[in-house]
Write a protein that binds this ligand. Structure first.
Ligand code: G3P
Length: 227
C-alpha cells in the first residue's frame, strides 16, 4: 500500500519525506486555499519536492470538460514526472477523464462516495479513484465498507484503476481501509506520525537503553567489538 500526504504544507511534506516512505502528495482546492495565499509559489515548491519521482495529484478548478482538459495539460506540463490531474466526479469530469487519457495525462477521480461512481470512473479510464472515508462516516454511510466494495468491484472486473482512499480523521479508519486491500491512502502528516505510536514500544525501548547503560555505561555496541 502506498502512503501519500494530503497537504500542501511544504514544511510538513519536507519533514515527512525525510522519515516516512511517502509515495507522493495530494491536494484539493480547499487545502490550497487554506495553506497558501501564493498558490503559484506553493505549486513550484511541490514540484521541487516531487522531483525525486513522487506522485503529485493536483485538482483542476474548471467546471467544463474542455476547461478541465486545458488545466490538466498545463499542470501536467508544469509538473512533468508522475503527475495526476484530479478530476471531479461529475458529468463534465467523466468526459474530461477520456479527454485527458487521450492526451496521455494520468487522472485521479475525486469526491467518490459510491462504488458505482468508482466503477464508472474506472470504465472512463481513471488511473485512481479517491473515495472519502471520513466524509462517508459523517453521513453514516460507512466509509470503510464503501472502500471495500470498490476494491472488490475492481478485483472482480480486473480493472487497472487503483483505489486512493482519502479523507481520514483517525488511525482506525486507516487501518480498516488498509485491510480492504486499497492500493493507496492519503493522510495528514499528523495522522501519519500516529502510525508509529505505542506506549509499550516506547517503554520497551527505554528499558533496553537503561539495561544497557547500567552494564556498559556510555559505550555504544560498536565500541565493544573485539576484532
Ligand atoms: O483530498 C480530498 C480529501 O482528502 C478530503 O479530505 O479531510 O477534507 O474530508 P477531508
Amino acid at each position: 500500500m502506498k502512503i501519500l500526504l494530503d497537504t500542501a504544507r511544504i514544511e510538513v511534506i519536507d519533514e515527512m519525506m525525510t522519515y516516512f516512505p511517502i509515495a507522493g502528495f495530494t491536494t484539493n482546492p480547499s487545502i490550497l486555499a487554506k495553506e497558501s495565499s501564493h498558490v503559484g509559489t506553493t505549486l513550484t515548491e511541490l514540484r521541487r519536492l516531487a522531483a525525486g519521482g513522487k506522485m503529485v495529484h493536483i485538482q483542476v478548478t474548471a467546471d467544463t470538460a474542455g476547461g478541465m482538459l486545458e488545466q490538466a495539460k498545463q499542470l501536467n506540463d508544469f509538473f512533468g514526472g508522475d503527475f495526476y490531474a484530479k478530476i471531479p466526479m461529475n458529468i463534465q469530469g467523466l468526459k474530461a477523464i477520456s479527454l485527458c487519457k487521450a492526451e496521455g495525462i494520468n487522472c485521479t477521480v475525486t469526491a467518490i462516495f459510491t462504488p458505482m461512481q468508482a466503477l464508472t470512473a474506472s470504465m472512463a479510464g481513471a488511473d485512481f479513484v479517491a473515495p472519502y472515508v471520513d466524509r462517508l462516516d459523517n453521513i453514516t454511510s460507512d466509509g470503510v465498507n464503501v472502500v471495500k466494495e470498490i476494491v472488490n468491484l475492481f478485483n472482480r472486473h480486473e480493472v487497472k484503476t487503483q483505489v486512493l482512499a482519502a479523507s481520514f480523521k483517525n488511525m482506525q479508519q486507516v487501518y480498516d481501509v488498509a485491510s480492504t486491500g486499497t492500493h493507496a491512502v492519503t493522510v495528514s502528516g499528523e495522522l501519519c506520525k500516529k502510525f508509529l505510536f505505542h506506549p509499550y514500544t516506547d517503554k520497551s525501548l527505554e528499558d533496553f537503553k537503561s539495561d544497557w547503560a547500567e552494564k556498559f555505561g556510555n559505550h555504544e555496541i560498536t565500541d565493544l567489538l573485539s576484532l
